[in-house]
Write a protein that binds this ligand. Structure first.
Ligand code: SAM
Length: 275
């Protein structure tokens, strides 16, 4: 996969050289390039912004500078895929989720346009969208100063799903937001007792069946307590008899092809013991 990131603060992206993403780039699993948007300016001050039409606070990033940058970076060339997909981080974009990260792993070329100020002139997405897929995405319901932190999030979430990036692919299977649609169960390592706190006995039992059941129960309980919206979206066909019994105790029942909260369980009562 090739990924290009365009920003007025290219140094912000330097942490992409670290850890698994950095190794993927060094070993050729990923072709990662970071560009300075100001390289596409043609005035002495290297200006990338101007005042907003219609008035109001702040500055807006200029379409001509962004257009020139993206035309260059997204243009198919020797060794470059033709189907570049533009990602525009913005708090008004569609939520960036694990499903979207998974879909983006099918792309051969992603380009990420990091906005600053009040964002990028809206015509830029229209202009690029005439020739390429464009996705405006939000990494959460809050406002950052720029798209660079969002670009770091997107690159890491997508690249770790590429074959060969994470050493043991099995570790991607049971994660939160994975195929099961649940949050992950709590995890522990040695020592078995630390600061008077014991690892749950079942995890020391060596009994694979009991461990699997305990983890599944913990995942269901944790999801019910912290993210009931995920339970409501669960595929009920994947629930076994033990799941359904546990969920009934947590106040959830299967109605048709959906899980619904009955309000009679104990989920949500009291403090969350696993923070
Ligand atoms: C100060 S924000 C602009 C906010 C914009 N005026 C609005 O209200 O939607 C500047 C830039 O930060 C980035 N940004 C801020 N919050 C973000 C979020 N939650 N998700 C993705 N990008 C975000 C975007 O690139 C945005 O163009």
């Amino acid at each position: 996969m090739r990924i290009d990131v365009v920003s007025i603060f290219p140094a912000y992206l330097s942490s992409l050289g670290l850890s698994l993403v950095g190794r993927a780039a060094r070993t050729g699993l990923l072709d990662l390039r970071v560009h300075d948007l100001r390289d596409w300016t043609d005035d002495r001050h290297r200006t990338v912004d101007d005042t907003p039409f219609g008035g109001g606070a702040g500055m807006v990033m200029r379409p001509d500078v962004w257009g020139a940058a993206l035309d260059d970076v997204m243009r198919p060339g020797p060794g470059l895929p033709v189907d570049a997909h533009l990602l525009v981080p913005t708090p008004s974009g569609q939520p960036f989720t694990q499903r979207l990260a998974e879909r983006l792993t099918d792309e051969s070329h992603l380009v990420i346009a990091c906005g600053r100020y009040e964002g990028i002139d809206a015509r830029v997405a229209q202009h690029v969208g005439a020739q390429h897929p464009v996705t405006e995405l939000s990494i959460g319901d809050y406002v950052l100063n720029g798209g660079e932190a969002a670009a770091l999030v997107v690159v890491e979430a997508v690249v770790r799903l590429l074959p060969g990036v994470v050493g043991n692919p099995q570790s991607l299977v049971e994660e939160s937001h994975g195929a099961a649609g649940l949050l992950e169960y709590p995890v522990y390592t040695k020592p078995p007792v630390w600061e008077g706190l014991e690892v749950p006995e079942v995890l020391l039992s060596g009994h694979h069946g009991r461990v699997a059941r305990w983890r599944r129960d913990q995942a269901l309980e944790r999801t019910a307590r912290r993210r009931p919206d995920l339970l409501a979206a669960l595929d009920v066909a994947a629930l076994d008899r033990a799941d359904r019994a546990l969920l009934a105790g947590l106040g959830w029942t299967v109605l048709g092809d959906r899980l619904v909260a009955t309000g009679e369980g104990h989920a949500g009562e009291g403090p969350d013991p696993v923070r």
